[in-house]
Ligand binder design. Sequence first.
Ligand code: NDP
Length: 459
Amino acid sequence: MSHDYDLIVIGGGSGGVRAARMAATYGAKVVVVEEFRVGGTCVIRGCVPKKLYVYASRFKDQFETASSFGWQVDASFDWPTLVAAKEKEITRLEHAYTSNLAKPGVEIIKDRAVVTGPNSVRIVGQNRELSGKYILVATGGHPFVPDIPGAELAITSSEAFDLPQLPHSILIEGGGYIAVEFATIFAGLGVNTTIVYRGDRVLRGFDEDMRTGLEAGLIERGIKLIYQTTITSLASSGNDVSASFSNGTTAPYGAVMFATGRTANTMGLGLEAAGVKLTVNGAIMVDAHSQSSVPSIYAVGDVTGRVALTPVAIREGWYFAETLFNDNPMAVDYGLIPTAVFSEPELGVIGLSESEAAMKCDVDVYLARFRPMINTLSHKTERMVLKLITEKEGGMVLGCHILGPGAAEMIQLVAIPMGMNATKADFDRAMALHPSAAEELVTFKAPSYSYRDGVKIGA
Ligand code: NDP
């Protein structure tokens, strides 16, 4: 049976664009249907603008340290300048994504798509039907907002980048990546910032030493932390938003932001009617090759609820195209994914946390805490934390955790030897590069402590 296209991709974000480009490169006739801007969350309202705002916010720390190095800086910050510069850059990237799709011949339709069957998609605005041998759903996700009275008065990360002006204060609910990153962005830009989190310390699931170190860094930057508390309602209060908390208190803020997780974009897509099975969280259930319960419909990226990280979506999109259009079945290995929280201080992680490793086998832990050199001339006492977790007695490196300047860049490189099953001896063989923070990773002598049969010893 002939179809209009070999592949219809719904969603022009990281995963969809990579799949479309690769499939077209392998000779497939491909269309991408995107209702918003090409580039997806990462480019338009996620990783890219976030990192630009992180850079903007970090000047505060640098200006504070500058005088210790002899500089006198009289700095002020202008929010509209940053917003406009960000917009220019993401528009440039959007054009780059669009032309990269055009090069191998991918068609782009700017409209909303709804799946109407295993091989058919309705283009809603244009009111026409397309048929495709395969359909790839790569529609990403959107911020989850708790169902509380006045929730509409709050913003999410989607709106935070384009606020007409910086609020005098902000309350951010959540303790994950987005809460912590935006808290340090806003605090760095001079906003009085508070995090309210239902747990007992930010970044649940991360290594405990990293969580405590990061928490100390947030406090040092003036961020207030309210734990074991949630927002129960929001109300207008003049130009402010008044937040009521589960602990019975109420307080006004210039803005309130929910960073309470993200939900897959599957609503109104016609998936269930087409027979596509969803998880309890509304994500598309897929197998190792990203195939859904309907054999002709596949899904990659955040909409699958697997790992909500751009490089993972890109890899899923690539392997999807390899499997279907290059006769080369490939499945993504989710085992060793480096990740970073672009907070201040920055956190980079790969592999197991200390508690995860200790539950798995006997391990040695190598831990270094020191003032990064940039702080030594200043009043700043903040310490950098590096942790290497290995199988006992110099075995394989199981986890690496870094908190401090350059953590993300270091972890990306550590991912290479760890992907090759490097041992402590492999790390030790590397010549140190001095003076650097990363040299600590290759100069650890004896373990700081160990775990044997799950019991911590030698601490
Ligand atoms: P996370 O899942 O990281 O964090 C969500 C936070 O919200 C958690 O602290 C969670 O609490 C809390 N929460 C969830 N539901 C509620 C609720 N009903 N009431 C109160 N609190 C609630 O999600 P994010 O939104 O921060 O980020 C989404 C994903 O995007 C991340 O998991 C990550 O995969 C990706 N991302 C990656 C970035 C990076 O690579 N640097 C940056 C930003 C996002 P609890 O801990 O108790 O579950």
